[in-house]
Ligand binder design. Sequence first.
Ligand SMILES: [Fe+2]
Length: 256
Amino acid sequence: MAALQIYQFPCLSDNFGVLIHDPDTKATASIDAPEAAKVLAALKDKGWRLTHILTTHHHADHTQGNAEVKAATGCKIIGPRNEAARVPGIDEAVGEGDTFALGAHQVQVLDTPGHTAGHVTYVIPSAKAAFVGDTLFAIGCGRVIEGTPQMMWESLNKLMALPKDTAVYCGHEYTQANARFGLSIEPDNPALEKRAKAVDELRAAGRATLPTTIGLELETNPFLRPHVPAIQRRLGLEGKPDWEVFARIRELKNTF
Ligand SMILES: [Fe+2]
């Protein structure tokens, strides 16, 4: 079984498009369809024929290309069962525990609600990759718009339990601003300081900071570190449950 090829490219102002290609069977998936023209151009560049769109959540900046890309390629659209009515062109609805084939590779579905009520994450164990949409970002996490902080914390816990070397593909390039916020929460984390410098260098060179890994996020993402005593002390929340500390960090980020 040949390794999957994963191609990430910028879309809109700060979204990412991602194509996943199985060289054995030629199956090709687009994670979301933020911008039809960019997705179609990326397919042309690579010489790949699209077979699937895997929708993470219903927000327009992730689904507005669905109709045009489907019309141009005849692809099948797979999306979250719990918000299927809001996903344009959806053919198959999936949720927690479902699996499906992308060529010779298995895709596993996790429900990761919080940013939206039905948000899903697609995990491909053979590629050691997770496509998390707007649930987890590099040094950040999605805004809790349709769910509760507890719900979002549970979703993040599912991602935190993935192998540390899992590559994480996120919906947006928000890392530089997230690093500044992260340092305001945990200024004495040397791994975060080092990463913030590396992120500045990448952005200065016009390069993407994604994908990240679960291991790197566990070390540097304040939203995944509510158990850290120094963070609890800084926020005056010593001994509080993780989800409560997480909720406070999320609240602070909303107005940072
Ligand atoms: Fe979103």
